[in-house]
Design a protein around this ligand. Structure first.
Ligand SMILES: Cc1cc2nc3c(=O)[nH]c(=O)nc-3n(C[C@H](O)[C@H](O)[C@H](O)COP(=O)(O)OP(=O)(O)OC[C@H]3O[C@@H](n4cnc5c(N)ncnc54)[C@H](O)[C@@H]3O)c2cc1C
Length: 464
């Protein structure tokens, strides 16, 4: 099997499949002047782009500047699986875990968020290969079937269109010998091409009059009392409000990292599947798929019938979001092995792209808001790998906080409370290594692993 994996990986390009496009828009100019604005957005991923767009949609007359260290979609937004969902809190079960009393409100906000998301796609003709086949959560372990039944009940309780699939039904959907059961949620969820979405949002932001500067890194924020001054290498922006949309990079304030860990997740794209290969796996409804484990795998199809297959979180010392190890082929072998365990009938299929991306892990597993400099500066992040559509919502609430508006939602716990703090280095690195090892081996060996995982769960991380 090792040989099969090695051969399958032999020709990969170490670039995200999504960003490997000749039609990617040219980067905008660098900031080389001293400018003023009403709102500065730092970060050109989904949170930053949606923040800039929604600010202009609310008040077209205001001047909005967005600065991005690299180019738009350079961070997590150009690298995800691209599964989209109505949940703004990393799924219904996680929402119930963290904010049980606000669940009805969060569900409503999630629905509204997806309607706003779709409206923008339609109004501005953003073609991001959206497919609405739904989300399929699968159990690859008998021990998780009960949890899936509970998940199904929860979906029904909150009015989702969801069906429970037993082993034969789930395999009739997607023919994998690993799948024991599934819950298929069908209401406005599915997949998008994330880079095409980001490029489309960039176009919309520019159309609305947002000034975007790429290759412009925020190097420091200075509090001038009624305004903030944001410094970059060869320019600056003065603005009364700053939205920090810097995700796992945590740029903008040294304290952000106290509650956000930059882990990475790895992804593989296959070459396009032939008609025979597609017939061998089924998957005619083309759902976005997750499994129920903490070290889970997720997958989806692309428009040209490649499989995008991701998983295997890792942590590098001090949270380096792009460590050199992620450009080594060996790093992707366990993921390739998991792929062929999922689809042994695809032996011989080769991978075309391999990449990793930064994930802003927080104990909440969903967006939170850190407020600095008397709320002139707000950081929105911590999506923990579930932010393609939730980032629109995160940006919206951050704008409410910056505007000082007291909307009912900005008074709910999710907007006012913070996730737990996470120990600093070197304990962070050590803890991450032990936890990843314990997760990988806990099923085979007991010993210290289960008490350790219980202790990490007690810190707030939901481990299974
Ligand atoms: C491998 C992977 C798979 C994922 N799969 C899914 C999925 O299937 N579904 C889902 O919903 N979510 C998924 N996610 C999560 C989702 O991609 C993110 O939650 C979302 O893209 C976050 O957007 P963002 O704008 O907050 O962050 P980012 O896209 O990371 O944007 C932050 C930006 O800030 C910029 N920046 C950093 N520092 C500075 C600075 N000093 N000055 C200026 N700019 C700066 C960065 O360059 C970056 O472009 C996945 C993430 C990864 C990595």
């Amino acid at each position: 099997m090792t040989q099969v994996r090695n051969k399958a990986l032999a020709d990969v390009t170490m670039t995200p499949f999504w960003l490997d496009r000749p039609d990617a828009p040219e980067p905008r100019e660098r900031l080389t002047r001293h400018l003023k604005a009403d709102l500065l957005v730092v970060g050109g991923g989904f949170t930053g782009l949606w923040g800039a767009i929604q600010a202009k949609q609310r008040q077209p007359e205001i001047d909005v500047i967005l600065i991005e260290k690299g180019s738009v979609a350079n961070g997590a937004s150009g690298r995800p699986g691209g599964v989209v969902s109505t949940s703004v809190m990393h799924g219904l079960s996680n929402a119930v875990r963290i904010f049980p009393k606000d669940i009805a409100a969060l569900e409503k906000l999630g629905q509204e968020n997806m309607h706003g998301f779709l409206k923008t796609l339609e109004e501005h003709a953003i073609d991001c290969h959206a497919e609405w086949g739904g989300e399929l959560t699968v159990a690859v372990d008998d021990a998780h079937i009960e949890a899936l039944h509970e998940e199904h009940e929860l979906h029904l309780k909150y009015g989702h269109q969801a069906v429970f699939l037993d082993q034969s039904a789930v395999r009739a959907e997607i023919n994998s010998p690993r799948y024991k059961a599934g819950v298929w949620s069908k209401h406005i969820c599915g997949t998008v091409h994330p880079a095409l979405l980001a490029f489309g949002l960039k176009r919309v932001a520019l159309t609305l009059g947002v000034r975007i500067f790429e290759n412009t890194e925020l190097t420091g924020l200075e509090d001038l009392g009624d305004r903030m001054k944001a410094h970059a290498a060869s320019g600056s922006v003065t603005a009364p409000k700053v939205l920090l949309a810097t995700n796992a990079f945590a740029a903008g304030h040294r304290k952000i990292k106290n509650r956000v860990v930059a882990v990475r997740d790895r992804v593989l794209a296959t070459e396009p599947l032939s008609a025979e290969q597609m017939a061998a796996i089924g998957w005619s409804h083309r759902q976005g798929v997750y499994d129920t484990r903490t070290q889970m795998n997720y997958m989806r199809l692309t428009k040209d019938n490649r499989i995008i297959f991701g998983g295997r979180l890792a942590y590098a010392f001090a949270g380096d979001p792009f460590p050199s190890i992620d450009r080594e082929l060996d790093t992707y072998e366990p993921l390739a092995a998991a792929f062929f365990d999922t689809f042994p009938q695809l032996e011989g299929l080769r991978f075309s792209h391999a990449w990793s991306g930064p994930i802003d892990l927080s104990t909440r597993m969903a967006v939170h808001f850190q407020r600095y400099h008397d709320e002139k500066v707000v950081y929105a992040g911590g999506y923990s790998g579930f932010g393609v559509s939730a980032s629109r919502f995160g940006a919206r609430i951050a704008l409410d906080i910056l505007d000082g508006s007291k909307t009912p939602e900005s008074r709910l716990d999710f907007a006012t409370s913070l996730p737990n703090t996470i120990p600093p280095e070197p304990f962070r690195w050590l803890g991450a290594q032990i936890t990843m090892y314990a997760l990988d081996t806990a099923d085979k060996s007991g010993g210290w692993r289960r008490p350790w995982l219980k202790m990490v769960s007690a810190m707030g991380f939901p481990l299974s």
